[in-house]
Design a binder for this molecule. Structure first.
Ligand code: KIV
Ligand code: ZN
Length: 518
């Protein structure tokens, strides 16, 4: 597979499924990873880092499945310089149309001394050996000097020269700790590119973390100094403060093409659906002030701004919401709309109807039309996401009946289907949601600690769909859940059931379900 790129083309390398997924509370199961990979393909990213195959059987499986379902992007697995890692990575990507492997080892003295206990010579030979070994099986090899921004530039140049000689096609210089400042990071790229033999035979890549809030700025500085690949994640999720945010770097390139003089192939209208999808899956709402995809990114509050925008959008808007795929929130469909129109709208919102139970989503949409006067695009997105969550789950919520008054203790009766069998439990609690959660715990026999619970109204009004996100933890395992419903107790129950389904799937064992309460 030989792909060549024009000099002004910056490749977008998405690592949501690897570096993004690595951060606490951002874990995804295989089906969720496939849904994200499909959306990344619609976004037209150039490279998908699907996981770290050797890190766990689950990661191996996810990389293998993503490699199978994705057609256009290159699919990579991360790998250390160890033989067993390389073999696992090669096996995981073997079905990919464009397979690749991403090998890394740290090059900074801090990492060599305290983490690896290796000398510079050891690292040089491990890196060269690993690239040469992978090259016997696969042409597309990316090599990363982990902690590049704190490494000795001359040593790093030596490592890069040798791995290029061994066959690396892409060299990545990460700011692993988010320590770099843009001028310095740009200068590092310039120095290394000019001091490495064979530099013009490889694509230079930047991979930044956001500890000082500079990941996007550092990535742009690298591009201005010759990098032609940026590694990033949807919504900027990732280790600690996260990685370079895909939507920010892509829109910076598109909006400031006049200055940057480069372009990328991402279809920006797929950005918002991608952001929503990832946020729903990991159960982390996008902060309202998040650039590009936050709820307030295009909201003008100050009167003087509103006046300007009404006269001409150019006064205060540097990007158009429609270019990012932000739904116009117009009245899209109503009670009388047919299935065909509903499916069309799903497609426009970036949802592949084949990935959800359209029949059920359509029925839920009709039910919502009966309850709500106005159904917005965001409501439809929430319904569709609810459907995609419920596919193939062990626990299914059938009904919730709650009772509460100022004189009696809140009480909930919950009916669920557990692996096909209907079960019922009741409980009182400290509020209706608490009562409902206790009843769910009784039915499922699972009772993880509830670490986070938040409610958000998706669209305005008391009849709005409410979206609940929760985070539960058991035995060091943290999983998120989401639910959307016009009844907030029901949305809360759906969110918990979603989290418990994930917890159960993650445990990977058939849980012994208790019929009676604890
Ligand atoms: O941040 C980092 O250095 C990484 C490498 C493995 C590329 O994620
Ligand atoms: Zn990283």
């Amino acid at each position: 597979m030989e792909q060549s790129y024009p000099d002004d083309y910056v490749r977008i390398f998405d690592t949501t499924l690897r570096d993004g997924e690595q951060s606490p509370g951002c874990t995804m199961n295989v089906d969720e990873k496939i849904a994200v990979a499909r959306q990344l393909e619609r976004l037209k990213v150039d490279v998908i880092e699907a996981g770290f195959a050797a890190s766990s059987p689950g990661d191996f499986e996810a990389v293998r499945k993503v490699a199978e379902v994705v057609t256009d992007p290159i699919v990579l697995s991360l790998s250390r310089t160890r033989e067993e890692d390389i073999d696992q990575a090669l096996r995981a990507v073997e079905k990919a149309r464009h397979p690749g492997i991403h090998i890394f080892i740290a090059t900074s003295d801090i990492h060599l001394r305290y983490k690896l206990a290796m000398t510079r010579e050891d690292v040089l030979s491990a890196a060269t050996w690993a690239v040469a070994r992978a090259k016997q099986h696969l042409d597309y090899i990316e090599f990363s000097c982990e902690d590049a921004s704190r490494s000795d530039w001359d040593f790093m140049a030596k490592v890069c020269t040798e791995v290029i000689r061994a066959g690396a096609r892409v060299i990545n210089l990460p700011d692993t700790t988010g320590h770099a400042i843009p001028e310095e990071f740009g200068e590092m790229f310039s120095y290394i590119r000019h001091n490495v033999d064979g530099s013009d035979r490889v694509i230079w890549s930047a991979h930044c973390h956001n500890d000082l809030g500079l990941a996007v700025a550092n990535s742009l500085a690298a591009i201005r100094n010759g990098a032609r690949q940026v590694e990033c994640t949807i919504n900027g999720i990732g280790e600690r403060a996260g990685n370079t945010s895909m939507e920010e770097v892509v829109m910076a390139l598109k909006t400031r093409r006049d200055l940057m003089q480069v372009r990328c192939g991402v279809d920006s209208r797929q950005i918002y659906p991608a952001s929503r999808l990832v946020s729903q899956i990991i159960g982390q709402p996008v902060p309202p002030n998040k650039p590009i995809v936050g709820d307030n990114a295009f909201a003008h509050e100050a009167g003087i701004h509103q006046d300007g925008v009404l006269k001409n959008k150019l006064t205060y808007e540097i990007m158009r919401p429609e270019d990012i795929g932000i739904p116009s929130n117009k009245l899209v469909l109503g009670k009388h709309s047919g299935r065909h129109a509903f499916i069309n709208r799903l497609r426009e919102l970036g949802i592949d109807p084949d990935t959800i139970d359209v029949q059920r989503a359509f029925a839920a949409f009709k039910a919502l039309c009966d309850k709500k006067k106005i159904v917005y695009d965001d409501d439809i997105l929430a319904l569709a996401n609810e459907e995609s969550r419920q596919a193939a789950d062990a626990f299914e919520l059938v009904d919730v009946v709650v009772r509460s008054s100022t004189r009696t203790e809140p009480h909930a009766e919950v009916i669920m289907r557990v692996e096909g069998e209907e079960r019922q439990a009741e409980s009182t609690g400290d509020g209706m949601v608490d009562a409902c959660y206790k009843a769910i715990y009784r039915i499922t026999g699972l009772s993880p600690a509830l670490e986070r619970y938040s409610v958000k109204a998706i669209t305005g009004g008391t009849d709005a769909l409410g979206e609940v996100s929760c985070l539960v933890r058991e035995n060091g395992m943290t999983v998120a859940g989401q639910g959307a419903h016009s009844d907030i107790v029901m949305a809360s129950a759906l969110a918990l059931v979603n989290a418990l389904n994930r917890l159960k799937a993650r445990k990977g064992v058939s849980h012994e379900l208790r019929r009676e309460g604890p």
